[in-house]
Design a protein around this ligand. Structure first.
Ligand code: PHE
Ligand code: ZN
Length: 867
């Protein structure tokens, strides 16, 4: 019996959580892989939970044909199948259930469960993909040990992998073979993984802090093995870092990473068998940029760190997703800060937070880090849960201090190893280890929206005192009003009028709506450096003058605020130009020249200088506007960039020349910094898109010995109408057409073009034989790159940009709902755009809404966006 439902999708609430009625003792899975189908048999021991409110066993399952069920070894038909469930009413207290079913990985374009990617089989079970493999209680609080047997054709699939330790392998009849795996640590089914394919492997080893040897294997397609070294080095660094910083050791003898080309996300932390998007494993100077190298290190770290924060200690339910993701992002950010430049890392992380998370908070899709409800959990792998979640951990780290924070995480691992827990449990460990009351802090997890923090200072010369008055306010968001004040750590230091630091960083703990903090022994009117290191994810408004900001920009000891002051000055000037195109920006342009000269002089972190010489992007500026008009922002921004180029051309040429590529390629932070600085000089020199610019950019491309410089040159050419543009793009394609990830870059760089030809170009690229709507990386390289990196053309008043995205969402809805719903992001903030744009964005959303057979994924984001 198969009951189809046509009801509107059901909302799931955190308050309705109840423990599973049955526990699972052990899961035994066997997979027989055939070209036309895969036969899956699961043998599961069920034990009724103490205090279970019912004796009904309810299993989740979909997209499979059940061919046999046995209970305790005897054929059994006392079950009911609904569209997505198998129900056994009044089941026994303890029994073993075997289910055999058939699935068709080759036709699985959603890329959840078991699917095929370029000839290999692989799985993706988080969050709810395991139900596409077998009927099971597909929820993270059901933990058990697993054993797995896989059999398939030996020549096609010589590599057969699953979680844990390999316990048997051998040949079978008809050219087939098998492997058997055992994972002794109980895990939820979302961490299950299987891989079968014709792959090559790169090997290394790691000796753990207790002296055990762990074999490290990275599996890729033949030909890609030369691009794995950086990933392997990153893995070893991550293993060491987790031992040193968190005292966490790896528990198994084997750690596998497999790279696949078709993947909905970045990577997945399945126990001892991480599966990665190729984009986050492969890195070679010829084919990957410095940013790619950086991301590989960060994500290899991220997935490895999940071994403890996510796997050993897991989530009770999906409302707790940030328990593992926020914490693991914080851990990977700190890992990257330790491996590279701390200030640059913080700048880049905050920039991303503002661009993506602040915009989520400002949209109808704003939600809490621990949400109260959802329709489709896949929609909650958001920058709020991840990046804002990481900021919440960072604030707890700041409030407790490094040592107490470490005591608290030790307590967390000791208390909850092998358990499925909540964000509340984590914060309770912070409270217990520190003796602090963290109940007000917990509001950060429950209240959506970006708080505003307003700061104003008063100096009392007679008393030699400086008082900083802070006011916090919380915006209303969908379904949430009248929010309470938060517990905000505000890191503040004071500088005197010469820029000397007189008061080192203090953490002011704000708990009320309005609060004042007084500094003593302040000999003259100070300049405060507020929210150092971006100590809380808020929008800061200060009463600092341009001169105060200029002082901070030159003298602050806090690398983040030094950069931030320059960005605030840039924003102020962009706003002046937006209000009056003839506004006087000469002071800003002169100051910019001083920074260029400092960069030329060469003392200091070149990567930091590169950030200082970068104006805020349109997306970041948009977050400071009440009504967003991308074309107007772009015009003002370009006017300033052009003025900078005119005023400082010679200095920029010197900066470019002094930072030219010499000697052998290296990915050291210093070498990356040099490239970043030279490339920002190139960007500033080519803003006017004239003939000289095109010549210069092409020369840069022609002289490049690495992908970073090539991509930088192409980004400078993409808006151009000069002949060099087509020459360079054609050369690039010919050179790299064999490399899928580089072809992705080729698509991306073209659709970023802010020029009238974009719509014709886009149509051609969509028809290009290399475009494949079923490959998520390719979809992102075309559609997401256009909608997010080309704001002026995406928001073209004709509405053509919106139509492109609308059609893609409708097409993908039937192919891959997760990828379709991710594409809704650029439309979610429609209410904040200028009226002409707003109506068109709304009608694009409405057209999607009116499409029959919408997936839950797309339905949820579009219907909530329209509210
Ligand atoms: N858990 C993965 C991570 O953040 C992300 C992911 C989610 C991957 C869902 C696939 C599917 O590391
Ligand atoms: Zn993660």
């Amino acid at each position: 019996m198969d009951i189809k439902s046509n009801a509107t999708p059901k909302t799931i609430y955190l308050k309705d959580y109840t423990p599973a009625t049955y526990r699972v003792g052990h899961v035994d899975l066997s997979f027989a892989l055939f070209e036309d189908k895969t036969i899956v048999k699961s043998v599961v021991q069920y034990i009724r939970s103490e205090g279970a409110v019912s004796a009904d066993l309810v299993l989740n399952g979909q997209d499979q044909v059940v061919t046999g069920v046995e209970m305790d070894g005897v054929a059994f038909d006392g079950y009911t199948l609904t569209e997505h469930q198998m129900i056994i009413k009044d089941a026994a207290e303890k029994f073993t259930l075997s289910i055999t079913s058939e699935i068709d990985p080759a036709s699985n374009t959603a890329l959840e469960g078991l699917y095929k990617s370029q000839g290999s089989y692989c799985t993706q079970c988080e969050a709810e993909g395991f139900r596409r493999i077998t009927y099971f209680q597909d929820r993270p609080d059901v933990l058990s040990t697993f054993s797995v047997r896989i059999e398939g054709d030996k020549s096609k699939y010589p590599v057969l992998l699953s979680n844990g330790n390999l316990i048997a392998a051998g040949d079978l009849e008809h050219g087939r073979h098998f492997t058997a795996w055992s994972d002794p640590f109980p895990k939820p089914c979302y961490l299950f993984a299987l891989v079968a394919g014709n792959l090559v492997r790169i090997e290394d080893t790691f000796q753990t802090m207790s002296g055990r040897q762990v074999a490290l294997h990275i599996y890729v397609r033949a030909g890609d093995e030369l691009q794995c070294d950086h990933a392997m080095q990153s893995l070893k660094k991550a293993m060491k870092w987790d031992e040193e910083k968190y005292g966490r050791e790896y528990q198994l003898d084997l750690f596998n990473i497999v790279a696949v080309s078709d993947f909905n996300m970045g990577a997945m932390e399945n126990t001892s068998l991480n599966i990665f998007n190729t984009k986050l494993v492969l890195a070679h100077q010829e084919t990957a940029t410095d940013t790619d190298f950086y991301s590989v290190e960060a994500v290899i770290g991220h997935e490895y760190f999940h071994n403890w924060t996510g796997n050993r200690v897991t989530c009770r339910d999906w409302f707790q997703l940030s328990l593992k993701e926020g914490l693991t992002v914080f851990r990977d950010q700190e890992f990257s800060a330790d491996m590279n430049s701390r200030a640059v890392q913080r700048i880049d992380d905050v920039d991303q937070l503002r661009r993506l998370q602040f915009s989520e908070d400002a949209s109808p899709l704003a939600h809490a880090v621990q949400p109260d409800n959802f329709i489709e959990i896949s929609n909650f792998y958001t920058t709020t849960v991840y990046e804002k979640g990481a900021e919440l951990i960072r604030m707890q780290h700041t409030l407790l201090g490094t040592d107490t924070y470490r005591k608290a995480t030790d307590l967390y691992f000791e208390r909850y190893d092998g358990h499925a827990v909540t964000c509340n449990d984590f914060v309770q460990c912070m409270a217990d280890a520190s003796g602090r009351d963290m109940s007000q802090f917990f509001l950060w997890y429950k209240q959506a929206g970006t708080p505003t923090l307003a700061a104003s200072g008063q100096y009392n010369a007679a008393q030699q005192q400086y008082t900083l008055s802070l006011t916090q306010s919380q915006p209303d968001t969908s379904g949430q009003t009248d929010k309470k004040p938060l517990h905000i750590p505000v890191a503040v230091g004071l500088l005197d009028e010469h820029g000397n630091e007189t008061h080192r960083t203090q953490i002011l703990e704000m708990t009320a709506r309005e609060q004042s903090f007084t500094f003593d022994h302040v000999a003259s009117r100070p300049v405060p450096s507020i929210l150092r290191g971006f100590s809380a994810p808020v929008k800061l408004i200060t009463d600092l003058s341009d001169d105060d900001l200029r002082l901070l920009q030159l003298k602050d000891t806090d690398g983040f605020n030094k950069w931030e002051s320059g960005q605030t000055l840039a924003l102020r000037n962009i706003e002046r130009v937006m209000a009056d195109s003839a506004a006087d920006i000469s002071q800003f342009v002169d100051d910019f020249g001083v920074v260029i000269e400092q960069a030329v002089a060469g003392a200091g972190d070149k990567a930091l200088f590169a950030r200082a010489l970068t104006l805020p992007t349109i997306a970041v500026i948009a977050q400071t506007q009440t009504v967003i008009d991308p074309a107007a922002i772009d015009q003002a921004r370009t006017h300033i960039l052009t003025s900078i180029k005119r005023a400082h051309k010679d200095a920029l040429v010197r900066l470019y020349d002094d930072n030219a590529n010499t000697g052998a390629f290296s990915v050291s932070p210093a070498a990356m910094g040099r490239r970043a600085l030279q490339n920002i000089a190139l960007e500033l020199l080519t803003v006017t898109n004239g003939t000289g610019c095109a010549t210069r950019a092409k020369a840069h491309y022609d002289g490049a010995n690495n992908m970073t410089d090539r991509v930088a040159a192409m980004a400078c050419l993409t808006d151009s109408t000069q002949a060099e543009r087509e020459l360079v793009f054609a050369d690039f394609y010919e050179r790299f057409k064999a490399y899928q990830l580089v072809v992705d870059k080729w698509f991306t760089l073209q659709v970023m073009a802010n020029r009238p030809a974009i719509f014709d170009d886009f149509a051609k690229l969509r028809q290009h034989h290399e475009f494949n709507i079923k490959n998520p990386n390719r979809v992102r390289s075309l559609y997401s790159a256009f909608a997010l990196n080309n704001p002026v053309q995406f928001h073209h008043p004709s509405g053509q940009g919106y139509a492109i995205l609308r059609d893609a969402i409708i097409e993908l809805n039937a192919i891959n709902p997760q990828i379709a719903s991710r594409l809704v992001t650029p439309l979610r903030e429609w209410k904040r755009y200028a009226p002409v744009l707003q109506v068109q964005m709304q009608s694009a959303l409405q057209a999607i809404m009116d499409t029959p057979n919408l997936s839950n994924d797309v339905f949820e984001l579009v219907s909530k966006s329209l509210k």
